[in-house]
Design a protein around this ligand. Structure first.
Ligand code: SF4
Length: 350
């Protein structure tokens, strides 16, 4: 901005800046951004925060949601943005997802040491969109090399790189939990949303984490465009079996909604939905309303899905019929009882 005001650059060279142009607010953002790079950012400075005055909440039974509010975690990002940036429901056109930038493990651990010095707290929540496995390996090795004892957790994609060895080294370096998107546990819809994982792969990866005592929380979704009633029930059955086999220990259902910045919001016809609102009123349009003409009546399942999950989280009702969670008739699942078991057996043979 100073360079622009000094007349050294033109208005279109500005980055991430709102300007008044012809009496209208316009956004100027030269891509790619050059004003900062993740690798050049200093450690966030939390010194002076009165940590001892913050109340530690134990407000919900969901074990992962509890971690967000119970205890103090230093917040830090391993990488900026998401290295995958393909999921069709995600805000991939925005900088915080689509602009992937990295740094080195040495730089990261230097920052970690600095933050511990500032705060005296050794718990870290790496608030990445999807922490890259390559960086997690390098980070874990660097923490072990420096003999730095911290406790940490982060968000990942359930991708196949997370084999037993990687999960083991992560656990040795202090990793206690991961969160990741299983979304709609249906291979047809996972492929439609370009998640880049399938149920078999999620089973193997979550099993590797769990074997190493790293707690796994799955983000779940229902109501994805064209999702049928059968697919919703089958998705619940996959979740039930994943809990039963201790692949996941925590999860949360979100009902799908589309945003203006996601591939679905930008091309709704390709996903067979109709956008019905809201009318843009000049500020921060994000969530859109839509009609899913081909899919099921999605809100109808909210109560039953949540009730089932609440029980599974508490290790209850795992053997109950899926019908028990709904007060209207549902179709039986089309999955065999041993679906998840069969993926784990394949792993044992390999
Ligand atoms: S949903 Fe997660 S993995 Fe997919 S593009 Fe967004 S941040 Fe990346």
């Amino acid at each position: 901005m100073v360079n622009y005001l000094d007349g050294n650059i033109g208005i279109d060279q500005l980055e991430r800046t709102f300007v008044l142009e012809n009496n209208k607010v316009a956004y100027k953002n030269k891509i790619p951004n050059t004003i900062y790079h993740h690798k050049n950012l200093p450690a966030p400075n939390y010194s002076g925060l009165p940590y001892n005055k913050y109340v530690s909440f134990l407000d919900v039974v969901n074990p992962m949601h509890r971690m967000w509010t119970d205890a103090r975690w230093n917040k830090l990002t391993i990488s900026h943005g998401c290295y995958w940036k393909q999921c069709s429901f995600c805000d991939v056109s925005l900088d915080y997802i689509g602009n992937y930038q990295n740094t080195t493990a040495v730089d990261l651990v230097n920052k970690i040491e600095k933050i511990i010095k500032d705060t005296g707290i050794t718990g870290f929540h790496f608030v990445d969109e999807a922490a890259p496995p390559k960086m997690l390996r390098a980070l874990s090795k660097e923490l072990i090399k420096r003999n730095l004892e911290i406790t940490w957790w982060t968000n990942i994609r359930f991708e196949k790189t997370f084999d037993f060895d990687l999960c083991q080294i992560m656990a040795q370096s202090g990793c206690i939990a991961v969160t990741g998107g299983l979304e709609v546990a249906s291979d047809r819809l996972l492929s439609k949303m370009k998640k880049g994982v399938d149920i078999a792969q999620v089973t193997r990866v979550t099993h590797h984490f769990s074997q190493n005592n790293i707690m796994v929380h799955a983000y779940l979704m229902y109501g994805f465009p064209t999702q049928t009633e059968q697919e919703t029930i089958d998705s619940l059955e996959v979740v039930r079996q994943l809990f039963e086999r201790n692949c996941i220990q925590s999860a949360f259902w979100h009902q799908f909604t589309t945003t203006i910045h996601s591939p679905i919001g930008q091309n709704p016809e390709a996903f067979s939905i109709q956008i019905t609102g809201p009318i843009f009123e000049g500020f921060a349009q994000n969530d859109l309303y839509h009609k899913d003409v081909q899919g099921a009546d999605h809100p109808k399942y909210t109560k039953g899905l949540n009730l089932a999950l609440h029980n599974y989280l508490n290790n209850a009702g795992l053997q109950d019929s899926l019908q028990n969670w709904f007060d209207f008739p549902i179709p039986p699942t089309s999955h065999p009882k041993g679906l998840i078991e069969s993926f784990l057996e394949e792993l044992a043979i390999k």
